[in-house]
Ligand binder design. Structure first.
Ligand SMILES: Cc1cc2nc3c(=O)[nH]c(=O)nc-3n(C[C@H](O)[C@H](O)[C@H](O)COP(=O)(O)O)c2cc1C
Length: 346
């Protein structure tokens, strides 16, 4: 499959840094580092976050691809340094001679990658799996997403997000109440959010192949975020509840010849392509699996029943997850824009 805007990331949760390389940016795009850092700050916010957020205070350092504030058309590399690395450099050392089993653990954490990851990668210390499966890497996704948003802004396209539900709470006051209740009980809570994208041109994506459908591509990108368990478009999740006559967005003609809709149940995508209505992507984040009131599990080394390892953790990260989802949607759309408007410079 051909792609234009691509990126790879690297970095462990408690490693030295997170890194991203973006390929496919045109030259001449203005890179506003303050905007990237403001996006990183948004990811660190939200009611219900754990102690780590106070340490992180993420900022990005651009190490290639930009000169005097504009892209060069070469790969753009970004780094987020881990401010807590000082306390982890022995535990995360790349040198064999530094080996330590401090912070090692062998009891699988339910809801995490530990069980399958340790079997697949033949690791005896579950920290080897925790470190990369952790959602810490979503910080660098947000930095890449911020660059994608700058590219989209050049074309007048804007992304935002909104929390729809936390547990059974449906407004801000109830969101906080649900999070407080979970925290008091040593528990966690998930939620539902939406990403909205305005001013998209008609026809991003395609109906002609399974892997070019825009809704499929966005679903993959958003579902890749740790803890996201469902992705839908517009009212898609409830589409089975109403008749077709009520679900589909009828098409009308204005006197001046303009075509318009009165509804947007389809969330701005029909036949795998944008239809000119706002794109509305909804997603559900599961409750965070690390609980103060720990879950039952098995320690494979001791071969005994036990409870899961607890490490500093969030009670609810739905607000942060929505910011990460904006980033993943923006990256997908930046690629689509570059596919239909290929350019070496702006
Ligand atoms: C922004 C964000 C913050 C998260 N914070 C935590 C956390 O503090 N503790 C935790 O156990 N899981 C946290 N998670 C969720 C786990 O990373 C996730 O449940 C795990 O990787 C398995 O997800 P999966 O089954 O969807 O792949 C967070 C996820 C996101 C998106």
């Amino acid at each position: 499959m051909f792609e234009k805007f691509r990126f790879l990331t690297a970095g462990e949760s408690h490693g030295k840094c997170l890194t991203a390389i973006i390929e496919g940016l045109p030259a001449g795009l203005e890179i506003d580092v303050d905007f990237i850092n403001a996006e990183l700050k948004r990811r660190q916010g939200g009611y219900g976050r754990g102690g780590r957020m106070k340490i992180e205070n993420d900022t990005v350092e651009i190490t290639s691809g930009v000169r005097f504030g504009k892209t060069l058309g070469s790969p753009l590399t970004m780094v987020i340094w881990n401010r807590d690395f000082e306390n982890w450099q022995k535990i995360m050392s790349v040198n064999a001679k530094d080996f330590t089993d401090e912070k090692s653990f062998t009891a699988y954490r339910p809801g995490h990658a530990d069980f399958a990851g340790s079997i697949k990668y033949n690791r005896e210390d579950l920290r080897d799996i925790l470190e990369r499966s952790s959602a810490r890497k979503t910080a660098i996704y947000v930095a890449v997403g911020a660059v994608a948003k700058l590219l989209l802004k050049h074309y007048g396209i804007e992304c935002s997000s909104k929390i729809l539900q936390i547990g059974s709470g449906k407004n801000e006051e109830e969101f906080c109440r649900e999070i407080d209740l979970a925290k008091e009980a040593g528990d966690t809570v998930g939620g539902k959010f939406e990403v909205i994208v305005d001013n998209l041109p008609v026809g991003l994506g395609s109906h002609v192949h399974w892997d070019r459908k825009l809704d499929g591509r966005i679903a993959q990108a958003v579902m890749s975020i740790p803890a996201v368990k469902s992705v839908s478009f517009g009212d898609g999740e409830d589409a089975y509840k109403i008749f077709g006559s009520k679900f589909h967005d009828e098409i009308f003609l204005k006197e001046n010849g303009e075509i318009y809709r009165k509804t947007n149940h389809s969330g701005g995508v029909e036949g795998g392509m944008t239809n000119g209505e706002p794109l509305v992507v909804r997603a559900v984040m599961k409750p965070i699996p690390t609980l103060r009131k720990p879950l039952n599990t098995v320690d494979f080394k001791q071969n005994e029943q036990t409870t899961a390892h607890f490490e500093r953790s969030d009670t609810c990260a739905v607000e942060a997850c929505a910011v990460v989802a904006e980033a993943m949607v923006a990256c997908t759309l930046a690629n689509e824009i570059m596919l239909v408007k290929p350019c070496d410079y702006l």
